[in-house]
Design a protein around this ligand. Structure first.
Ligand code: TXA
Ligand code: MG
Length: 362
């Protein structure tokens, strides 16, 4: 296993110190790994042109060799260095949404290391809206391959502390630029399909793309871990953001939803289980005086706030060693769709309908 002394450098997210960026750029150029914040989540970066460096990403994350990685660039000119036959639509979307939480799947340029794309003929590219990775790409002169900087199946990291929880001693430099503003990964849009297709809902809302494109499809997202058959599209494992605890996602219930959820939490606690509850500010009072760990997500009227907090709260409850995490589904509009997607995966598809018989052991 790749084992190093991780150096943590505190960097100004708005005005990254050139000397610190230069040090990290040197490390990247040497084929080593640098973790950095983006506006979405922290990335685990390597030189995208160096297959040996990219191999380290897979080793360190324990990422399956069939799950391809996103390449980060800092200018539109650089797009032609990592992708080929780039369609006009890609440039139009890039002009409109970059830098930002939109990843485009395009035809791969041969210069990009094959393992970045796990042997596929395509490459996923984005320009992050964050000064630290932009400066890192500019200073190193390299496109930077970077998946989220978590261990495979752990929630994505949205702070430097999360990265250290998973990767201390496995990444050479960690640039600590504070919390990631969005807190959910980018939206992945495949432009190599006949119709533009969302492979992963994320930080750029589906509605925004719908309004912009004449046709848009969404890929089937939910493949279970059972069987090792090639995935319909890569990176679509249901077990992908799993907390150590069992997460139960509740829908429905109408006016009875909160009292029913309170009963369920109470019954689980009475069995001796340590119960975590992720709730909106508005729902929280319904769980007063219960022997459970409450993790507030934010206001139900502020989905960006909930997105920003989501992975942190899951990790927090995990650190408290809860046995089970209960959470009520939110509306699936705007960022709500990406929040639903991450919760559904964290729940390994265990959705319980409060309108029916609820079997928490199922
Ligand atoms: O916000 C983000 O996208 C973050 C930050 C660090 O940029 N990165 C991130 O990377 O979430 P990762 O590796 O955790 O997720 C990359 C997603 C996966 O679902 C992967 O399967 C998909 O992008 N992907 C990458 N290359 C692809 C390709 N050539 N074709 C289809 N999907 C691809
Ligand atoms: Mg990831």
């Amino acid at each position: 296993m790749y084992s190093v002394q991780t150096q943590v450098l505190t960097v100004d997210p708005y005005h990254p110190e050139p000397a610190l960026i230069a040090r990290a750029a040197e490390v990247l150029r040497a084929g080593e790994l640098v973790s950095f914040p983006t506006e979405t989540v922290y990335g685990l970066g390597a030189n995208a042109l160096d297959p040996a460096a990219v191999d380290r990403i897979f080793e360190v994350k324990q990422r399956p060799s069939y799950d391809p990685v996103i390449v980060h660039i800092a200018s539109l000119a650089q797009l032609a260095e990592v992708a080929r036959d780039v369609p006009a639509l890609a440039y139009a979307l890039a002009e409109e949404f970059w830098p930002g939480p939109l990843t485009l799947v395009l035809k791969k340029h041969p210069a990009v290391a094959p393992n970045v794309s796990t042997g596929l003929d395509t490459v996923a590219v984005r320009m992050p809206n964050h000064r630290i990775p932009l400066a890192l790409v500019e200073t190193s002169g390299l496109p930077v391959a970077a998946p989220s900087a978590n261990l495979f199946t752990r929630p994505s990291p949205t702070s430097a502390r999360h990265v250290l929880e998973d990767l201390n001693g496995r990444v050479d430099i960690l640039l600590d630029g504070g919390a990631c503003p969005i807190g959910l990964e980018s939206t992945v849009l495949d432009l190599t399909a006949a119709t533009p297709t969302i492979l992963r809902p994320g930080g750029l809302a589906t509605e925004v793309l719908q309004a912009r494109l004449t046709a848009l499809e969404s890929a089937e997202r939910y493949v279970t871990m059972e069987g090792e058959q090639p995935l319909a599209a890569p990176g679509m494992l249901a077990k992908h953001y799993s907390p150590k605890a069992k997460l139960l996602l509740f829908t429905g219930g109408g006016a009875e939803a909160l009292p029913r959820l309170r009963e369920i939490a109470s019954a689980l606690a009475a069995r001796g289980l340590k119960v975590g509850l992720m709730t909106t500010l508005e729902d929280a009072p319904a769980f007063d005086n219960l022997p459970v760990e409450l993790a507030p997500l934010g206001s139900e009227h502020n989905l960006p706030e909930i997105a920003h907090n989501l992975f942190d709260r899951i990790r927090h409850l995990d650190s408290l060693k809860v046995d089970v995490i209960l959470v009520r589904a939110l509306p699936r509009t705007g960022l709500g769709l990406a929040i639903w997607d991450r919760l559904l995966r964290a729940a390994e598809l265990r959705v319980l309908d409060l309108d029916g018989e609820v079997d928490v052991d199922g």
